[in-house]
Design a protein around this ligand. Structure first.
Ligand SMILES: [Zn+2]
Ligand SMILES: [Zn+2]
Length: 240
């Protein structure tokens, strides 16, 4: 009987790379300008901020990661082969962690508002990912981690709500509506830790978090009350 000649590895699928980035490779000393984001996303949906060229990315199971996360992915793949499903461990970034903590508190009330503000022609975008945007000096955009909710119509975004923490001020939470900064504030529990105040117990931290959540939501409500959730005039004219 003819032996089936099966190659050791199946035919190579095209490698999946992350979004291309303009700033070039993050690897020290590398001058390659063609660079992509690491595809690592941790178990809490925080994305890796690292960008590298093909030379400084490593492919694991057809997907390109930075060296550090390629190592982690290899461990996860090995564990899976041994029948153990592990979740990708957390990225250790305090800016991303702060975005995550506050956006968890905000998620339900923001979604509830988006439902209220939407109609049959709009859809709600709720992307749990916490993404990093690299600094853009030309447009005065600082590097920041962000979680986004949005209302969209066929013609584009009607309302974009962003919660971000910028590299340069890792204690400050910024809420944006469209391109407008609605609130930039240090959450009280972070403030307390900055001043080395004593731990007050979980009860008061909960109260602080609720108060902070209300501060952000009120700013969002005021913004929508003022500007509304509507098509830009030219667009609504064009689509009717
Ligand atoms: Zn490189
Ligand atoms: Zn990475």
């Amino acid at each position: 009987m003819a032996r089936k000649t099966e190659p050791e590895t199946p035919a190579a699928e095209p490698v999946v790379y992350g979004e291309p980035e303009g700033g070039g490779c993050d690897h020290t000393g590398c001058t390659n300008s063609e660079a992509y984001r690491c595809l690592y996303r941790d178990r809490r949906a925080v994305d890796c901020a690292w960008v590298a060229c093909k030379e400084h990315l490593k492919v694991v199971e057809g997907r390109a990661y930075c060296m550090r996360h390629a190592g982690i992915m290899e461990v996860l793949v090995l564990a899976r082969q041994q029948g153990q499903d592990l979740l990708p461990p957390d990225l250790d970034d305090r800016c991303a962690s702060l975005v995550r903590a506050v956006s968890q508190d905000l998620n339900e009330p923001v979604l509830e508002r988006l439902v209220r503000w939407s109609d049959t022609n709009t859809s709600i975008i709720n992307d749990p990912a916490i993404r990093y945007t690299r600094p853009d000096r030309l447009h005065h955009i600082p590097g920041h981690w962000e979680r986004v909710w949005a209302l969209a119509a066929r013609t584009g975004l009607l309302l974009r709500v962003g919660l971000r923490v910028e590299d340069a001020r890792p204690e400050t939470v910024v809420l944006t509506g469209g391109v407008t900064h609605l609130v930039a504030a240090v959450p009280p529990w972070i403030e307390r830790r900055l001043h080395g105040d004593q731990y007050q117990g979980s009860q008061s931290e909960l109260v602080e978090r609720l108060a902070f959540q209300q501060q952000l939501l009120q700013a969002l409500d005021a913004y929508v009350e003022k500007y509304g959730v509507t098509y830009p005039k030219s667009l609504s004219a064009a689509s009717s």
